[in-house]
Design a binder for this molecule. Structure first.
Ligand code: ADP
Ligand code: MG
Length: 254
């Protein structure tokens, strides 16, 4: 059976694509057959994070022409499969998300886990990515505007009947002006699955077009992404004999 998981956010720029590439590669390293798909078709950048921005056939061809989705699947050096979106502005004309559902139906069985990199907000692109998902994970930063927008995304997913796995709090620094995890939890009322620290290694890894789990596997952010992947896989993984940040925090709180 294929699981379709959408990674989404209310506010843009909070770390969706970073989460998709890192969780995708980490799940592949755990032996899972994973495919990631760029469902952020108007401003795609999934392939840029992986250093392969130009593809002959993309999701746009599948959504707008008579091209089979199998022809838009590429394999990254990590073994992760990817369906990119076109970076060309010209290709945005006539683009409709109507075929996303049938495209995903055609993909069932092509991977164990399909992860969608959704558009931010609640426009057609984001809605379509929620509608086709079995489960969603909402990414936020520990700041009120991002958390307030995450709440809207959660409400829309709830109305749609989509299972919400939980929230990833990305760029956590623990600085006093940032929101505390308990506050975020109180507002969103869904589990916090992972707390990814603010980490310059993430920025370096993007500049080097490589997920941080590959670029700097022992960094704090990489370890937390791996822990999140293990949670998703249900593998019960504790990286490098260290407990993850969230577990340590909850242990400390209790
Ligand atoms: P989105 O897909 O939600 O728009 P991205 O994953 O592209 O967001 O991340 C936006 C930018 O935020 C990245 O280019 C990077 O500079 C920065 N970033 C993301 N996560 C972290 C992190 N944990 N630590 C430091 N910077 C980060
Ligand atoms: Mg993105």
């Amino acid at each position: 059976m294929t699981r379709i998981i959408t990674i989404i956010s209310g506010k843009g720029g909070v770390g969706k694509t970073t989460t998709v590439t890192n969780v995708g590669v980490a799940l592949t390293e755990l032996g899972k057959d994973v495919l990631i798909l760029d469902a952020n078709v108007t401003t795609p950048n999934l392939s840029m994070h992986l250093g392969i921005p130009f593809y002959p056939v993309t999701l746009h061809d599948v959504l707008t022409r008579n091209v089979h989705v199998n022809d838009a699947i590429y394999v990254h050096s990590s073994g992760l499969k990817i369906i990119p979106a076109s970076l060309s502005v010209d290709r945005l004309k006539d683009l409709s998300m109507e075929k996303l559902q049938s495209t995903l139906l055609n993909l069932l069985g092509r991977a164990e886990i399909i992860i969608l990199d959704a558009a931010a907000g609640l426009g057609r692109e984001a809605q379509a990515a929620i509608e086709v998902a079995d489960e969603i994970i909402v990414v936020t930063n520990p700041e009120l505007p991002a958390v307030a927008d995450a709440l809207k995304t959660i409400k829309v997913a709830e109305e749609n009947g989509t299972k919400i796995l939980g929230v990833v709090v990305n760029r956590h620094s623990g600085k006093r002006h940032m929101m505390r995890l308990e506050e975020i939890n109180q507002i969103l009322q869904v589990p916090i699955l992972a707390v990814i620290p603010e980490d310059v290694k993430v920025q370096e890894s993007i500049a080097n077009k490589m997920p941080v789990v590959k670029y700097s596997p022992r960094s704090k952010s990489a370890r937390e992404f791996k822990r999140l992947a293990a949670y998703i896989a249900g593998a019960g993984f504790e990286p490098l004999k260290e407990r993850g940040f969230v577990e340590r925090l909850f242990a400390w709180l209790s």
